[in-house]
Write a protein that binds this ligand. Structure first.
Ligand code: GUN
Ligand code: FE
Length: 494
């Protein structure tokens, strides 16, 4: 039986545009794909519109949204470490390289014990799903068995995802390193095979994909990168994820280890940059590197919470967009301290405002006659987004359709369109959700102005969205829906 949702809908379109539709109908097939959408349907015309689409009331399940509820596409997390979630919120006084040695590698080393993985990972996945992440790019630890456990659990949870195990055979502690290139490659192929054998979802396509995961250049020998590049070339559809240009000390070490001119060139040399490559951070990418990434079609996972928490810096998202590089958001637990893409939206906004303020200050100085300081590349203003604040439309895009593009899933998810999958959040900004940050409407105690119960209009709906993005949390997410199936949310009680 098809399910028809009726109520307010937010639908991202592009970096500069989204649609707020107060009275929208979305029909979802039993397989979880969107069959049709009708945009402006008055309640009085509901039955007529259903009849026009051959939907007899007895042949569908009609879900009418309640007051202060709306639907939006599910959030896409393009970069996180499932095995670091137990360490979130600890270690932020350090920068990347000492943080890895002192906090991260010891946290991940625990996953050698499969029993620990079986206890920890269900909880990790539940937290991420309930945060509204319908598609997630996961790094496991370097352990094959623990990462199989992660993959099985993600599969059983019904989340759309990519799962990879880290490749790392140098510059890591003796108790947390792969002993040979052969071991690293063999276990990687074993995991890919394992994931590809898992049963497909009801729609006939897999929701879970394997992903090649060379941790970062520093942790891989040239030989390992070369072998992984060969695996990639033999499997053009196999996605790739790694880190790039996150921290200045890291970049210096990469250049000295590999004798390359740039970090991006290091991966390119081994055929690891292509359209299904997801590169986390990209804080210090130069314009030449941005041109290369655009040429290869690779995407950047912007992880602003982590970039602030580990004092890494601020990625120039506007400049990436102006160069035609795909961008999405990533939580990067536990470099980031939140499982929620909402936190990334908030910090992406703040980071863009700091960059815009700094650029404004520099411009003032330059026009004050200090012409010698104008040689920096961020003064050239190559396009519409560089040094500009990210708008609500842009933030929404990065969290949904932009992230989908980074995963090469823009034809399946990220917005509501006929034939796409129905991956959605049912959000409530009602006061009864108990979120103290979100000043929601409460009919018993109307302290809001203007809009009353059941009368969402375009303007109030855009305000609900904005409040949710900046003040919302998992309490405001009633249902998390992947491929038409509810898999989480506060109102999900399996
Ligand atoms: N670079 C290599 N490994 C990691 C990691 O686990 N987290 C972050 N933020 N950067 C990395
Ligand atoms: Fe990371």
């Amino acid at each position: 039986m098809s399910t028809v949702y009726y109520g307010p809908v937010i639908n991202p379109q592009s970096v500069t545009d989204y649609r707020a539709l107060p009275q929208c109908l979305i029909c979802v097939s039993p397989q979880g794909d969107i069959e049709w959408i009708a945009e402006d349907v008055e309640r009085a015309n509901l039955n007529d519109v259903l009849a026009q689409h051959d939907c007899a009331p007895s042949a569908i399940t009609l879900v009418c949204l309640a007051d202060r509820e709306f639907l939006m596409p599910g959030l896409v997390d393009t970069h996180t470490h499932a095995c670091q979630v137990p360490n979130m919120g600890v270690g932020g006084e350090m920068e990347l390289l000492p943080w890895l040695d002192n906090y991260t590698f010891p946290t991940e080393a625990r996953f050698k014990d499969v029993k620990y993985a079986e206890r920890a990972y269900p909880d990790v996945i539940r937290r991420i799903v309930n945060s509204g992440t319908t598609t997630c790019c996961y790094y496991g630890s370097l352990h094959l068995e623990a990462t199989k456990v992660l993959a099985s659990l993600v599969h059983d949870a019904g989340q759309r995802a990519f799962v990879g195990k880290c490749n790392m055979n140098q510059n890591c502690p003796p108790n947390y390193i792969e002993s040979s290139v052969k071991e690293s490659v063999d276990t990687t192929l074993d995991l890919i095979n394992y994931i590809e054998q898992l049963p497909k979802s009801a729609c006939g396509e897999p929701l879970l994909h394997p992903i090649l995961t060379p941790r970062f250049a520093i942790s891989c020998t040239e030989e390992l990168l070369a072998r992984l590049g060969e695996v990639a070339q033999k499997n053009p559809k196999l996605a790739i994820q790694t880190h790039i240009s996150e921290n200045k000390a890291e970049i210096a070490l990469v250049k000295s280890l590999f004798k390359t001119k740039s970090y991006a060139e290091t991966y390119d040399k081994f055929h690891l940059l292509r359209d299904n490559t997801i590169l986390a951070h990209g804080v210090y990418l130069t314009e030449d590197e941005m041109v290369l990434l655009a040429k290869r079609g690779s995407g950047v996972s912007h992880c602003p919470t982590s970039n602030f928490y580990l004092s890494s810096g601020m990625a120039r998202v506007g400049m990436l967009l102006d160069h035609g590089v795909k961008v999405g958001l990533g939580t990067d637990a536990a470099g980031g301290y939140s499982p929620s893409i909402l936190t990334e939206i908030q910090h992406a906004s703040i980071a863009s405002k700091v960059l815009a303020i700094q650029a404004g200050d520099k411009k003032c100085k330059c026009s004050g006659g200090h012409s010698e300081s104008s040689g920096e590349d961020d003064m050239k203003q190559p396009g519409q987004f560089t040094n500009q604040k990210l708008t609500i439309a842009a933030l929404l895009f990065l969290a949904t359709l932009g992230g989908a593009g980074v995963c090469c899933l823009q034809d399946r998810i990220g917005s509501f369109e006929k034939k796409k999958a129905f991956d959605a959040l049912l959000v409530s900004v009602h006061d009864d959700r108990g979120n103290p940050a979100l000043w929601g409407y409460n009919p018993d105690r109307d302290l809001t102005q203007g809009v009353t119960a059941q009368s969402a209009d375009k303007k109030s709906l855009t305000e609900w969205l904005e409040r949710f993005l900046f003040c919302g949390d998992d309490r405001n997410i009633k249902k998390v829906i992947v491929q038409g199936r509810t898999i989480g949310g506060r109102d999900y009680h399996p």
